[in-house]
Each structure stands twice: as structure tokens, then as C-alpha cells.
Design a binder for this molecule. Structure first.
Ligand SMILES: *Cc1c(COP(=O)(O)O)cnc(C)c1O
Length: 400
């Protein structure tokens, strides 16, 4: 047993990262300087999008998206119940209604069939948008969601917080990176320390749409513009600027962007390590005589959602298993210094959402998944020895 505890996720900070932050502190701009643009350009490149707008955190990124798309009272938006609450809350911030559709038991992401059913059992124009989530790092087939969105005139925000670097192949065999803006109108990422790229706090919106990009830039900083070509009023002189709409201060400091940019240089290595860790878990669990994929069978003590088959790259923000005695395993691991975590308590079961009308929600797959779900340690600096200890501890539990 290691002499330290093992979390489910954690940041990896190197001397280069520290040097990059120290260097940023010597620059003229601590915020809104060239460091922000440098991070945005590098990130846009990494995920294959035309534009990227760096912001204070992933939640601010989501809020900017719903603002830019004009969500307001009376708008209805569909998302997954198995996500961090912010994916739904961003609709509420703008006064819109959140509708949850169930997840696919194999991918654990929003089930396209359920979303289609929900849309087709309501009058035309009833829904305005969809927010699919690349849960755990599984790349949602955004091409399929786009086709549905086109039929019903809906927008798409891809919550890609779990999947920078992940991709699927579309029907033409083209590789489509998560958040590349090819099919979704907007995509968002978070740089919270447990995510692939850590800034402490930070977020990013990506898009290929120049008009949405302009909107995001204005809304990020109070709705203010200094662009003379679009002034509504008379230009009073060099100091003149206009607040043209109600925006926010969702800016991110250059100091944090320096850390993000430095981290981004190791993103591919981090992704390769996550794949290795996933395969190692897969092998161990296959040996343990457990089932791959979600096939709820009481005889099966443990189900793992490992490396999926097919032409896609799971980004493995999380490595999730399902286990009948989830609380038993969670406590057992904790007693051995392993801090596994549960992702997520379904959003619609939260008291806030219950109060606004979700008591009757029929989201059985999500609820069944939640009753068994556990996320195991998954981060690039997890050592082989630590992972072996995690596996041995699970084996000891499963074998009684
Ligand atoms: C982390 C996360 C967010 C929010 O990001 P913050 O930077 O913590 O605000 C939103 N959606 C998902 C799926 C996340 O994992």
C-alpha cells in the first residue's frame, strides 16, 4: 500500500509549467494581454477549430454560449442528466427550461434515439437547442446530432470538458476532433485541475462561426467594444468605447493562460498515458472475469467502460466502472487510501431541479447507471505501481 492517498484525478505540474508562469508575471500584462491570444490560438489549433475564446472557467464558457445563442425565457434545451450540473445550469442562467433525455447504456452519453423521441412528441419549434456532453471522454457522434438539429432547426453546444484531443470518424471517414466546430455551433472546455489541461481555473469556447466568435468576445468583457467600425453612437475620441449589450467579466488572466499553454505542449503525451492506463485496467478487469460494456446482469459483479471498439479516440477524462455494491467498493477503496469518485449524481435528481418539476422524470438508464457508477484513478502521473495497487484492491473486494 503506497504511503499516500490516490485521488481519481489530479493535475500534473512540471518545472516548465512553473517557469512559464514565472515568466508571465514579468510581462506588462497580467490579464487581457498577448498570453491570452497565444493560448487561444494554440488551443484552437489543438482541437481543429477556427476560433477559441479563453474565459474564467468552464461554467462561464457555457454561460457565454447560451448568451451568444440568445437563450431566454420560453426556450427549451435538451441535455444529459449524467453530467456536471453546469451543462444544465447555463440554460437556467438565461431563464430557459432544461429538458433531460436519457443516456445510451453503452456510451453513457446522450441517447440520440431518446432525444429524437422527445423532439418528435412535441410540436414543431418547441425545442431550441441540444447540449450533448462527451461524458468521461467518449466522443459523441456530433454528425448524427447535427442531422437531427438540422431537421428541427436547433443549435448545438458540445460540452467537451472531458474530451480535448478525443475524436470520432464521420460518415465520410473524416477524423472529427471533439470541439472542432464542424458540427456543433459552439463547444466548451474547462481547465479545472482534474481536467486534461489545468490552469487552476479556466475555460474555453471554440467555434467556426465568425459572428458567434464576435459575440463571445464582447460578452466576455461586459458587452463592451472598442471596434470603431461597429460603433452605434458618435466617436468622442481615443478613449471612446461602447457597451452595446449586457455582458460579464469572464476574462482569464495571462498568468493562467501561460500555464495552460505550457500544459498544452504535453497534451499528446498526457493523452497517450491515459490510453495506456485505460488498457491496463481493461486487461486486469477482463482477467477478473467481469463484463465489458453496460450489460446489467446481477450475476456480473463489475462492468467496465474501457477502450471502446471502433474508429474513435476516447479521451479518458474518467475511467468508469459499474459495480453492484458501489457503496461497499467506494468505502473499501477509501479505507485503502484510494479516493474513487462518482460521476455524476444525475442532475435532474438534485433538489433544485426536483423543485422545478423533475420528480416524474423517466430517466431509467441514467438512474441505473448512477446506482452502480464509480470513477477509478485516471491521470497521466498515476504510476504503474499505484495502478497495480488500485487493481489489486478491487480484485480483493470483488473476490470477497
Ligand atoms: C468541469 C466541467 C464543467 C465546468 O467547468 P468549470 O471550469 O469547473 O466551471 C462543465 N461541464 C462538464 C462536463 C465538466 O466536467
Amino acid at each position: 500500500m503506497p504511503d499516500h492517498s490516490i485521488p481519481y484525478g489530479r493535475q500534473h505540474i512540471t518545472d516548465d509549467d512553473i517557469a512559464a508562469v514565472a515568466e508571465a508575471l514579468r510581462h506588462d500584462y497580467l490579464t487581457t494581454g498577448p498570453g491570452v491570444a497565444a493560448f487561444e490560438h494554440a488551443f484552437a489549433d489543438y482541437v481543429g477549430a477556427r476560433y477559441a475564446v479563453a474565459v474564467a472557467n468552464g461554467t462561464a464558457a457555457l454561460h457565454l454560449c447560451t448568451l451568444a445563442l440568445g437563450v431566454k425565457e420560453g426556450h427549451r434545451v435538451i441535455t444529459s442528466p449524467i453530467t456536471f450540473a453546469a451543462s444544465a445550469n447555463c440554460v437556467r442562467y438565461c431563464g430557459g427550461e432544461v429538458w433531460f433525455a436519457d443516456i445510451d447504456p453503452d456510451t453513457l452519453t446522450l441517447d440520440l434515439t431518446r432525444v429524437r423521441e422527445l423532439i418528435e412528441t412535441h410540436p414543431p419549434g418547441f425545442f431550441h437547442g441540444i447540449i450533448p456532453v462527451d461524458f468521461a471522454g467518449y466522443p459523441v457522434n456530433m454528425e448524427a446530432f447535427r442531422a437531427l438539429a438540422e431537421e428541427h432547426n436547433l443549435w448545438i453546444i458540445e460540452d467537451a470538458c472531458h474530451a480535448p484531443g478525443g475524436y470520432f470518424h464521420d460518415s465520410e471517414g473524416q477524423k472529427q476532433l471533439c470541439g472542432n466546430g464542424q458540427y456543433a455551433d459552439l463547444a466548451i472546455f474547462s481547465f479545472h485541475p482534474v481536467k486534461h489541461i489545468a490552469c487552476g481555473e479556466g475555460g474555453m469556447v471554440t467555434t467556426n462561426d465568425p459572428a458567434l466568435h464576435e459575440q463571445l468576445l464582447q460578452l466576455r468583457t461586459h458587452g463592451i467594444t472598442r471596434d470603431r467600425s461597429i460603433f452605434v453612437g458618435e466617436d468622442h475620441g481615443g478613449w471612446y468605447m461602447e457597451m452595446q449589450q449586457l455582458g460579464y467579466n469572464y476574462r482569464i488572466p495571462d498568468i493562467l493562460c501561460a500555464l495552460g499553454l505550457s500544459q498544452l505542449k504535453r497534451a499528446e503525451a498526457g493523452m497517450a498515458r491515459r490510453q495506456e492506463i485505460a488498457r491496463y485496467y481493461d486487461l486486469a478487469f477482463a482477467d477478473l472475469g467481469v463484463a465489458a460494456g453496460a450489460k446489467p446482469d446481477p450475476a456480473v459483479k463489475l462492468i467496465y467502460h474501457g477502450v471502446p471498439e471502433g474508429n474513435l479516440l476516447h479521451a479518458f477524462h474518467l475511467y468508469v466502472i459499474e459495480v453492484e455494491d458501489r457503496k461497499g467498493l467506494y468505502d473499501y477503496l477509501r479505507n485503502h487510501g484510494i479516493y474513487a469518485q462518482v460521476h455524476y449524481i444525475p442532475v435532474h435528481t438534485m433538489p433544485y431541479y426536483q423543485k422545478i418539476g423533475y420528480e416524474e422524470a423517466d430517466l431509467k438508464v441514467a438512474e441505473a447507471y448512477y446506482s452502480r457508477a464509480l470513477s477509478l484513478p485516471m491521470y497521466p502521473s498515476l504510476t504503474e505501481e499505484e495502478q497495480r495497487f488500485v487493481i489489486e484492491t478491487i480484485e480483493a473486494f470483488v473476490n470477497g
